[in-house]
Design a protein around this ligand. Structure first.
Ligand code: ATP
Ligand code: MG
Length: 433
């Protein structure tokens, strides 16, 4: 039998094209199909119109070994997919007695006659493997490629087809009960699939792209994506292999190659790890402690750090000093510094970090002072300006950043930048035992 490597999804329903509901079937199907080791090469949505559905199916069939079509199998006049699918994929419709019995039984349980429209749902393409519907009325089915059925014709496409009903409550259980089993003998070799994610913080997406784009193009054995999220950049590596061992080896190799192309220590972690967890792990392994002195972030750095289970073995305390008086009273920031340079200044950030470190007795202290917005900016000190300081045993490093997000994200990025500074410092200064 023909092996399948690629699949195209066709969603049908006029309401999708009107924006009335989101095409969640396509997303769900894509996850399941990728999980089976298939490569999804196209996703299309077509309104309930015979010509539109037909051209969407032909487009999909040109690109993939298998076409999965959802929706349009219902009992009403606008549900035209069964006829179109059978024509495009080269099968005539035949009456299925078992489907008919199930529909009759379903309506009799409700104590009503079978409405006339439902009768057409008892027809399925000749030669199809039928997916009986325990969750609704319309059956789904799998139709093998035309040449395997001895069918040919100028307008018959070569791909195989799967039809599923549109309602997610029917589509999902039907897929899980029937599809993996029916595809099993056609999923060649590379059954194991995994996506490995590398997290990067503090670089523009375009810069990361320039480091890795050549490799991304050169390696056709893995899929790469670069995803810019509000919280940083994710490089996603998806590999396929015949065994778990081969898959691990492939992903390891590609990860090493990717990391070698990026700036040193640009990748802070992989898969589900957070920046704060990475910082915590480093502190813990070094037996070191951190404290914070926060103005514009209002405790967000402490929040991120204490989100990490076990943070009590490396996080000492956080000073939230919002007003000038609090900066003076709690952190000994000098009145002179505040009046000469202002609360939002390199000098204030420096004093905050140095004092927090001294007063709490920690190895490191992180400090932030800035203008989160939306108001409060000036020409020399615009909204989004933040000074972030790291105090260590030998120095205080201050970083000036201007964020262009909204208040919430400006604060989040000030906090993440602080965490990343500490991470970078520890990576560059390994402890020797
Ligand atoms: P029915 O027998 O209900 O008519 P059908 O197979 O003809 O089933 P559609 O008429 O296309 O399917 O869709 C029925 C309902 O299922 C839609 O109103 C919508 O709520 C849901 N649905 C259909 N397609 C999708 C999709 N792609 N994503 C999410 N929900 C969908
Ligand atoms: Mg319908």
């Amino acid at each position: 039998v023909k092996q399948f490597k690629t699949v195209a999804i066709v969603s049908t329903g006029t309401e999708i094209l009107q924006g009335m509901y989101a095409d969640t079937n396509a997303q769900w199907l894509a996850q399941r199909l990728c999980g089976l080791g298939l490569r999804v090469v196209a996703e299309t949505a077509a309104p309930d119109d015979a010509a539109c559905v037909e051209s969407a199916l032909r487009f999909a069939a040109r690109r993939a070994d298998l076409v999965i079509c959802s929706g349009g199998l219902g009992p009403t006049g606008d549900d035209v997919n069964c006829e179109i699918l059978s024509r495009v994929f080269g099968a005539k419709l035949v009456y299925d007695n078992h489907v008919h019995d199930m529909i009759v039984e379903r309506f009799s349980r409700r104590g009503v006659e079978v409405p006339t429209g439902n009768d057409k749902q008892s027809y399925v393409p000749e030669g199809a493997s039928v997916f009986y519907n325990d969750w609704g009325t319309a059956p789904g089915w799998f139709l093998s490629p035309a040449d395997e059925r001895g069918v040919s014709g100028d307008d018959v496409v070569a791909a195989a087809a799967i039809a599923l009903p549109g309602p997610p409550k029917e589509l999902k259980p039907m897929f899980d009960r029937y599809v993996p089993e029916i595809l099993a003998e056609r999923l060649s070799g590379d059954l194991f699939v995994r996506t490995h994610t590398l997290h990067i913080y503090g670089y523009p997406e375009s810069e990361i792209g320039t480091y890795v784009s050549q490799m991304f193009r050169a390696r056709s054995d893995v899929d790469f994506t670069i995803l810019a999220r509000p919280m940083g950049i994710d490089l996603r590596i998806t590999g396929h292999a015949a065994t778990v061992e081969a898959l691990d080896a492939l992903i390891d190799e590609v990860e090493r190659e990717t990391v070698s192309l990026l700036p040193r220590n640009a990748v802070y972690g992989t898969d589900n790890v957070s920046l704060a967890e990475v910082v915590g792990d480093l502190l813990k392994s070094r037996g070191e402690w951190v404290s914070t002195a926060e103005s514009c972030t209002g405790g967000l750095i402490s929040k991120f750090l204490t989100d990490v289970p076990g943070s009590s073995s490396w996080f000492e305390c956080g000073y939230v000093t919002y007003a000038n008086s609090a900066k003076m009273l709690m952190l000994d920031v000098s009145a002179d510094t505040l009046s000469t340079y202002g609360a939002v200044s390199e000098e204030t950030a420096r004093e905050m970090a140095a004092s927090a470190r001294r007063l709490s007795g920690t190895d490191y202290a992180l400090a932030t002072t800035g203008i989160a917005g939306p108001g409060g900016g000036s020409d020399t000190k615009p909204v989004g300006l933040v000074y972030i300081a790291l105090a260590t045993s030998t120095e205080v490093i201050v970083k000036k950043q201007v964020f262009l997000f909204d208040r919430e994200l400006n604060r989040v990025h000030a906090a993440l930048t602080a965490l990343n500074m500490l991470r970078g410092y520890m990576m560059e200064h390994p402890v020797h035992s």
